[in-house]
Design a protein around this ligand. Sequence first.
Ligand code: ZN
Ligand code: ZN
Ligand code: ZN
Length: 344
Amino acid sequence: MDFATATQGEHYVTALIEDHETTCWGCGLRLLVPPYAPAFKCFWCGAITNQNAVKIENKNFKWRRLRDRCFVGVLVVFMLIVIGGGVWAICPIVFSISYFCGSIHSSIAVVLSISTLSTFGLAAFRSAGTPPDILWGSYPAVKKGELENFTFCQYCSKPKLPRAHHCRSCGMCILDMDHHCPIIGNCVGAANHRSFIIFLISAIISTIYVSIMSVYAAFYFWPPLSHKPIHFFNGAVGQKLLLRTLKDVLFAFLESTLFVPARGLVLVYLFIASVSIQISLSVLLWQQFCFIYEGKTYLSHISTSEGDETTEKDCQNLIQFFGCPSTTTRFLPIYFSSRKKHKK
Ligand SMILES: [Zn+2]
Ligand SMILES: [Zn+2]
Ligand SMILES: [Zn+2]
């Protein structure tokens, strides 16, 4: 017997002697496992037990929830200010052009405001994806393979579905969790992912509309820029002329702001705010579309290493995302067809 075989033999004997009995959290069966195995999978129900796991308290959960809700409140106030400011500064101008023009723009503003606020409300206040109640902890009530790849959430003290993640800010496990979003103060998961995407689209269209209308309306308010006489530029050529012209235009613009009425300043603010918001939301939306196209969530994207791809990049993923009546049933058809009560 060579050294390697001897080592293997010893290892095998040691394992046999030291195997100890432990309980599967899923079906409650007593199983023999090596003590050094950090985790094991039950041969009956398929649940994964982590031997070193200890109960974790969800500390500061209430403070995180309060912080999220306060931020959502601030955002709602901000959205109402943008809507109110826009109506106050733009309405007199569009109605001064014609009553028909005013009515058209008012209707567009009402539709965009309602769609943005309602989809924001759905994404922020709807549960992101509550895991269904599942029967666990008692054999033979738990059928063979029923808890395949389920783990145990040490925060919730409940079974955690293979595609669920625990969010410490929401204090619960979320189905198909994408990320915890500070904008909506809620998780983006199976139940509100579509509302979140529609909110982003609606907010981007609204901010584009606000920025175009604020520029258009500003032309009516802005006093004419003072021009330097042409001899001021005599002798200047090339780069020098360009710099002088830019400097002149900038000074004339700053000078004119002193005579701009309050409505004009509101329009400047609306323009800057709407453009910066639309840029950041567009980046977020593009990233979301890329993940949906790849058939992933943000969390599954960061946890999947290269060459470990299980989903296919396909436009069908995007169609399915928007076409299916419920994203929850799209991802988890079996759990919703067999809801059971927890008996432990
Ligand atoms: Zn089991
Ligand atoms: Zn949990
Ligand atoms: Zn969350």
